[in-house]
Design a protein around this ligand. Structure first.
Ligand code: SAH
Length: 516
């Protein structure tokens, strides 16, 4: 068997977009991924669904896997013929033990690549508005280990030299020894007034920064209750934060927002949350696919075979449009066979999806709920006409029932099926219970039902209670009703029942919470 190759990849400091293009490519191709908690869990969304995921970090019932075991694991996987990504927080060569991992791979004749990452030593200060160098304030910087674990001694740090070697000093793994570090620096000649910043969980929703001086920082950190992981920055550049702080100013800063909709539909919501400074956390509990029942497939095929007969084609969602076209292709039907039909599209997104395929909707109902379609059809649709309704299997019957009541012949086809999925994300229950998720978004009733079921499947005893500890945002009244029927308290509701409306409501909810 051919040996696999091992990619030692820097994942960046936490924000999943701070991985390199090369790192992401390796991750997408990998047969196995070995990771720990400093590498953002959302990066695993890029991993192939059939790839092996091996967590080597701390678990409630197990200590972090020993470095020697990890080294051997990488060799073993590669010898099984797998291409392996070892995902490491920040940059793999900065206190990342990449030397040991690569060393053993080499000894065993396993090929490897080291793919650099953005180190927290630079990125975390940057996200707190602190540049590690500055034309006037610091022309050099050092990155120093603080040896967080108390059993290690710092024999390798020459404090007499390190203290004044560079303008800026950046300490990683230093929180537990902050008092010792400040003491040494003062002892070897830095003024007690030297500015110091401590930035916890930089680039993530939990980012928090405090500033002080070598003389005051220990008390300030204790009072603020900041915990590892954190980066300590010492030097005049720290003052820049007063004017340059930027992430904290974004409207959704500090909010980790759970996105439950199907991955294929989630991108818009995910991008908007990200742009506004929130941290989207994807946990898709539904997926859509082509219908599987032979009966439904035959119905769809016969509906497309008689494309000429329809007076109306009514599309109620972007999914509906996507799958309508997929079937058009599958059935080998030319869109011009629908020449007689007028097209109705519910909601601007549906209309845009249609327009992108060269069909301008004749009718754009004002309201975004299917019921609004009927009001706008008044006078346009006559008894005896025929309407095709391509939709998902969970569509509500309101529209077709009322069309029929008006004497319209309706042909409903379930062009796609919605099924529940449980993402393989063992973290979510713990994160929800631990307050690490701040808002849960529901964009349909099925996301509500499925999230509750998925959490139970992941071992959570009382998901309702955990969910009621965070903000619940629903896209509209129908979804909100389902949420409330399940015992959830809806705290965020938009005025307009769209993704944009939902995002605005998230921002408004945030402002309210901050008392703005
Ligand atoms: N290879 C990593 C560093 C590993 S040592 C890198 O290049 O970033 C682990 C230390 O990195 C932590 O103790 C902490 O000091 C720092 N660190 C990593 N990610 C961090 C983050 N998001 N926020 C603050 N500190 C972080």
């Amino acid at each position: 068997m051919n040996k696999g190759k091992v990619y030692l990849v820097g994942a960046g400091p936490g924000d999943p977009k701070l991985i390199t293009v090369r790192g992401l490519e390796a991750l997408k191709r990998a047969d196995a991924v070995v990771y720990d908690r400093l590498a953002g869990p959302q990066l695993l969304n890029h991993v192939r669904s059939d790839a092996e995921r091996i967590y080597v970090g701390k678990l409630p019932d197990r200590h972090t896997m020993k470095q020697e075991e990890i080294n051997r694991l990488l060799v073993k996987l590669a010898l099984q013929g797998k291409d392996v990504v070892r995902l490491k927080g920040g940059d793999p060569t900065v206190f990342g033990r990449v030397g040991e991992e690569a060393g053993l791979l080499r000894e065993n004749g396993v090929e490897y690549e080291i793919i650099p990452g953005i180190t927290s030593a630079i990125a975390v200060p940057a996200y707190a508005g602190i540049p590690v160098t500055h034309r006037e304030l610091a022309s050099s910087f050092s990155v120093i280990t603080g040896h967080e674990s108390p059993d290690k001694l710092d024999h390798s740090i020459y404090w007499d030299k390190v203290t004044n070697a560079t303008g800026t000093l950046v300490f990683l793994m230093g929180v537990a020894k902050l008092d010792y570090i400040s003491e040494q620096l003062i002892k070897y000649g830095r003024s007690a007034d030297t500015p110091v910043a401590l930035v916890q969980w930089g680039t993530r929703a939990e980012q928090r920064a405090v500033t002080g001086t070598l003389g005051t920082i220990v008390g300030i950190v204790a009072e603020a209750g900041l915990k590892p992981p954190a980066v300590i920055v010492v030097g005049e550049v720290v003052r820049q934060r007063e004017t340059l702080a930027w992430v904290e100013r974004k409207p959704l800063f500090g909010r980790r927002v759970l996105v439950t909709r199907a991955r294929a539909q989630a991108s818009e919501l995910v991008e908007r949350i990200d742009e506004l400074g929130g941290e989207p956390y994807e946990f898709p509990v539904i997926e859509t696919r082509l219908p599987t029942s032979a009966g439904e497939i035959a119905r769809i095929e016969s509906a497309f075979a008689q494309a000429e007969i329809y007076d109306w084609v009514m599309l109620t969602s972007v999914n509906g449009v996507d799958y309508f076209y997929r079937w058009l292709d599958r059935c080998g039907v030319d869109i011009r066979k629908f020449a007689r039909a007028k097209f109705a599209a519910v909601g601007p997104k549906t209309a845009a999806a249609l327009a992108a395929r060269g069909v301008r909707a004749d009718l754009l109902p004002e309201s975004f709920r299917a019921e609004g379609l009927l009001d706008s059809l008044e006078g346009l649709i006559a008894p005896g006409q025929t309407a095709l309704l391509p939709r998902g299997d969970l569509a509500r019957e309101t529209l077709s029932a009322e069309l029929r009541a008006k004497g319209v012949r309706t042909v409903e086809i379930d062009v796609y099926e919605t099924s529940m999925c449980v993402p393989s994300d063992p973290w979510l229950p713990e994160m929800l219970a631990g307050g690490e998720i701040h808002v849960v978004t529901f964009t349909s009733s099925s996301t509500v039902v499925n999230l509750i079921r998925a959490l139970k499947e992941l071992g959570m005893e009382d998901p309702i209670r955990a969910l009621n500890g965070v903000d619940i945002a629903c896209i509209g009244p129908v979804t909100a009703r389902t949420a409330e029927e399940h015992g959830l308290t809806v705290t965020i509701m938009p005025d307009e029942y769209t993704i944009d409306g939902l995002v605005e409501a998230l921002v408004a909810g945030r402002r309210q919470a901050k008392g703005e």
